[in-house]
Write a protein that binds this ligand. Structure first.
Ligand code: NAD
Ligand code: UD1
Length: 337
């Protein structure tokens, strides 16, 4: 298959490019490098010993998209490109609606013109909002509580409407839980810009000596040890879920799948696991709860297991090992920004 990957130079996109190339697909990446790195694509080539094409362009640039669709003629699109920082989306919602929603409309328009009928879209568990029951399944009501989450839900609905127009079209929505980890080669991983917002990169930077201590947001939640609990999914397992979604034939014209490991891990459990794997003590301090944080959530991903041949194979130990290898080999990430 020829697959166009939007946002392929980013964290999840680069890992997915590796798995696509390994599975024998042809890959074209469009990325404006606002949060991605061309080096990640060089590393993808290195890991796979395969070529991939790349254009540095914005998905809101209709001419750039038309050119790719006319020359590369993709069979499918995997759509990662977008902005993902919750706090930034609260401060600058219009930018999020412009890039995420506007970018997706621009992409679907180019696909329609070119007759490209299949899209796999990166959504998030954040669309569910406050849990009414757990684990979340795909039937759980949606009620995102910030502009970032709302852009994801709007795009899901736009893709649904787009598939209604033509029976040849297919839209697969993957609602990711908490993607973490890195490729086992240590060559590609997550490079947060500035101070990490998310737990795993923060722990890795404390272990690597880049940050003095971890702030743990809340220790009085209703969880086994009082700290927040999440469903951490290894980024390579997540990447493989996209291959499952492309290859499936059991999925409906428009289908929504949770992609998580189905197990929750607390902050303290993750910290102690990372200490064990790295041999480095992680200093931490307790701070009050972070505004908007939920106590705990995890996925019921049985629909994805049933409808695609996918299942996560990596556990928390693998996650810590691979994150630590990436951190040690690349203490300053790709070292460009
Ligand atoms: P990332 O920032 O590493 O990757 C996104 C890529 O898109 C970047 O390389 C960036 O340069 C590119 N991009 C942004 N705007 C663009 C534009 N207008 N045109 C072209 N390229 C553009 O993020 P990621 O963690 O790899 O996430 C990928 C997708 O998965 C995003 O849509 C994100 O919202 C979604 N997601 C991520 C998480 C997570 O925790 N990482 C969780 C749920 C969903
Ligand atoms: C965050 C995003 C969410 C996104 C998800 C995917 C926010 C508010 N939400 O959620 O939209 O879909 O990542 O990965 O950014 N923690 C600490 N100290 C830290 C960082 C985090 O104690 O320095 C705790 C949090 O309170 C939480 C857990 O660690 O209990 C995980 O936090 P994080 O990695 O930010 O993920 P989410 O909160 O699930």
């Amino acid at each position: 298959m020829r697959v166009l990957v939007t946002g392929g130079a980013g964290y999840i996109g680069s890992h997915t490019c590796v798995e696509l190339l390994k599975a024998g697909h042809e890959v074209f990446v469009i990325d404006n490098l606002s949060n991605g790195h061309e080096t990640s694509l060089e590393r993808v080539r290195l890991i796979t010993n395969c070529e991939l094409q790349f254009t540095n362009a914005d998905i809101r640039d209709a001419n750039a998209l038309d050119k790719i669709f006319n020359t590369f003629k993709p069979d499918s699109v995997i759509h990662f490109a977008g902005l993902k920082a919750v706090g930034e989306s609260v401060a600058n919602p219009l930018m999020y609606y412009d890039v995420n929603v506007g970018g997706s409309v621009s992409l679907l328009t180019a696909m329609s013109k070119a007759g490209c009928n299949k899209i796999v879209f990166s959504s998030s568990a954040t669309v569910y909002g406050k849990p009414q029951y757990l684990p979340y399944d795909e039937e759980h009501p949606t009620n995102p509580v910030n502009p970032y989450g709302r852009t994801k839900l709007i795009i899901e609905n736009i893709i649904n409407d787009w598939t209604e127009v033509d029976t040849n079209r297919k839209g697969v929505i993957l609602r990711y839980f908490n993607p973490v980890g890195a490729h086992e080669s240590g060559q590609i991983g997550e490079e947060p810009i500035g101070i990490p917002n998310n737990l795993m990169p923060y722990i890795a930077q404390v272990a690597g000596g880049r940050r003095e201590h971890l702030n743990i947001f809340g220790n009085e939640y209703d969880t086994s040890d009082g700290t927040g609990a999440r469903d951490y999914i290894h980024v390579v397992d997540l990447a493989l879920a996209h291959i499952g979604a492309l290859n499936q034939n059991k999925l409906d014209m428009f289908d929504v799948l949770n992609i998580g490991a189905g197990k929750s891990t607390t902050v303290l459990e993750l910290v102690s696991n990372f200490e064990e794997i790295s041999g480095v003590p992680i200093k931490f301090k307790y701070l009050p709860r972070r505004e908007g944080d939920l106590a705990a959530f995890w996925a019921d991903s049985s629909k994805a297991f049933e409808k695609t041949s996918w299942k996560p194979e990596r556990n928390i130990n693998n996650i810590c090992e691979d994150t630590w290898r990436w951190q040690k080999l690349n203490p300053n990430g790709y070292g460009i920004k």
